[in-house]
Design a binder for this molecule. Structure first.
Ligand code: NCD
Ligand code: ZN
Length: 482
């Protein structure tokens, strides 16, 4: 029998369907056997996982690692170290860096930084904005994991595309089958209300919600779903924050739109009552809303309306986060390291089952981006991306010990958690062992573009007249430049 590099014995292996006692053998980064310990091949190393659960490691489709451009907030090294410590082995990184990931050149620059520093595997989003519609095909050719469209502007102030630009962008990307992730808040509504609130002298934390009521998200989700339906483009709704958004989501799914969605721990676990003590530290886009919203979001996680959990890991320095004038505080906080402990705590409280957690943290993201079953499953042939968790282990979240560079202030500071990742393996290699970062794994993360197997996509409709006009202009430009 071929020798394995590592055999993990005595643990419980969890999928979205079942939990069973089993051993796992790994060779060359892949799982080569799952079953009785007695059926395992000989191994260079045996790890005794008594008392631990083996989960397909988490895939976080929404992180901001800030490099290039804002390395005083985070870098690829610190962001992926935080992921490794949080049991996350694949991250999809957002394009609101400086320069934004809006061209093949910017993509190449970021890819290089990520390859040099990453502890975990990663996908890079390309930007879909008003002014780079002509770059989308080239970005798709470079190997972006998908596109990010800021329907409402947020950190980085990238101009949100008009509905017209969005429609053409969807027409262009639909044939590639790449999913477009949406910051689904409508810019013009927010800008209008912001001016009104400022004029009225509102600077308090709750004014942030007043500028972005849930209708802002409802309008954006509904509009994006209409454009996706017409073009056949695949979309993903990022950071769902309200009960009201669930209706257009459910309706779009029923109409057959390829729409997936995520929520984040902060929308499930915090609400308006927390603004009194946390103030601007809680400022995030979209805003954290009412307790009744959180309840509906939990329900939607359980019934599958919300497909997955992501973090919107959005690091800023504490001084950028704290401000008496709410409009001046940077939005967002780190999350990639705390997601799993928080959600395993919810498992311990029986808010969801461990199988449901595996579905929303690993299986659903892998399926939505065409990575399943190579990622998101612990089966023969899959990448050995495994997080070993101790469901009984307790800890108090301490922002000083987070691995995010300089951006350590989190509203979850001081929370008691029960259920912690203990070891993290990326393609069979320890990136965290006994809750310690393995610094020799820096730079071992790979771009997941190579494993992508998106099902064939089809453009449903497109404007033939416009396409012809665009081709004419392009041909003219070629004549002029040749
Ligand atoms: C994010 C950031 O800081 O980049 N901030 C946030 O409040 N969520 C941007 C974003 O995802 O909207
Ligand atoms: Zn966003």
């Amino acid at each position: 029998m071929t020798q394995a590099d590592l055999v993990i014995i005595n643990g419980s292996v969890v999928s979205h369907e079942a939990t069973q006692k089993a051993a796992i053998a790994i060779r060359d980064g892949k799982i080569i056997a799952v079953g009785e310990e007695s059926s395992m091949p000989p191994a260079k190393e045996v790890l005794d996982a008594k008392g631990l659960h083996l989960l397909p490691a988490a895939i976080d489709v929404h992180v901001h690692f800030r490099q290039p451009g804002y390395t005083h907030k985070e870098t690829w090294e610190s962001g992926t170290a935080a992921a490794a410590m949080g049991g996350v082995t694949t991250v999809f990184e957002m394009p609101n860096t400086n320069p934004p990931t809006a061209t093949p050149e910017a993509f190449a620059e970021k890819l290089k930084l990520a390859e040099q520093q990453a502890y975990v595997d990663f996908g890079l989003y390309g930007l879909m904005a008003e002014d780079n519609v002509d770059q989308l095909e080239a970005l798709a050719g470079c190997g972006v994991i998908g596109f990010k469209c800021f329907m409402g502007n947020t950190f980085g102030n990238l101009p949100s595309p008009s509905t017209g630009a969005m429609l053409e962008a969807f027409e262009r990307v639909a044939p590639y089958g790449l999913r477009t992730s949406l910051h689904a808040e409508t810019a013009s509504i927010m800008a209008w209300r912001y001016e009104r609130l400022r004029a009225a002298g509102r600077n308090d934390a709750l004014a942030h919600i007043a500028a972005r009521p849930d209708v802002v998200a409802v309008e954006a989700v509904s509009r994006a779903a209409i454009l996706a339906e017409w073009t056949g483009a695949r979309i993903h709704v990022l950071h769902v924050s309200s009960a009201a958004e669930l209706r257009p989501m459910r309706e779009a799914k029923q109409r057959g739109v390829d729409i997936t969605s995520e929520t984040c721990p902060h929308y499930l676990m915090m609400d308006t009552r927390d603004y009194a003590s946390l103030g601007s530290l809680m400022r995030v886009n979209p805003p954290i809303r009412e307790a009744s919203d959180s309840e509906s979001l939990w329900e939607a996680v359980r019934d599958g309306t919300l497909d997955m959990i992501a973090t919107d890991h959005a690091p800023h320095t504490p001084s950028e986060q704290h401000n008496e004038v709410i409009w001046e505080a940077d939005c967002g906080f780190p999350g990639v390291e705390t997601q799993m402990p928080l959600m395993l705590t919810a498992v311990n409280k029986e808010q969801i089952t461990l199988q449901e957690y595996v579905r929303i943290s690993a299986v659903a993201p892998a399926k939505a981006w065409g990575l399943y079953p190579r990622k998101g499953s612990l089966t023969i042939g899959a990448d050995a991306d495994i997080t070993l968790v101790d469901l009984a282990r307790q800890e108090v979240i301490d922002q000083e010990s987070l691995h995010s560079y300089r951006a350590r202030a989190t509203p979850f500071h001081g929370w008691n958690v029960k259920g912690l990742p203990v070891h993290t393996l990326v393609r069979g290699r320890f990136v965290m062992r006994d809750r310690k970062l393995q610094s020799d794994a820096k730079g071992s993360g790979l771009s997941v573009k190579r494993v992508q197997q998106m099902p064939i996509a089809q453009l449903a409709n497109s404007d033939k007249t416009l396409a012809a006009e665009v081709a004419k202009v392009a041909a003219k430009r070629e004549v002029l430049t040749s």
